[in-house]
Design a protein around this ligand. Sequence first.
Ligand code: SF4
Ligand code: F3S
Length: 104
Amino acid sequence: TYVVTDNCIRCKYMDCVEVCPVDCFYEGENMLVINPSECIDCGVCEPECPAEAILPDTENGLEKWLELNTKYSAEWPNITVKGEAPADADAMKGVEGKLEKFFS
Ligand code: SF4
Ligand code: F3S
């Protein structure tokens, strides 16, 4: 599966939702997550994300993100249509420690 990681927090560009063939993105206030049990591993969303937030969970150290994507995709509503990114999305791109500071 692919997972959404901290680079999405407060960037939330939503380009990813438009390309997913199985509509497996879920929307929180500050970020999106992927439902790992619905993701078919096609990989098309990865290059679409301007913040480089989407990664295959086979990369090292992504266990916590797999857990977070699993947990919140069960709680948050499905999203299939791109909305408006936050006004300061570009300024938030690549900022460190976003999980600790901004995730709620
Ligand atoms: Fe959707 Fe494919 Fe991305 Fe999985 S890898 S979330 S199926 S676009
Ligand atoms: Fe987030 Fe990138 Fe999608 S910033 S909302 S994973 S396009």
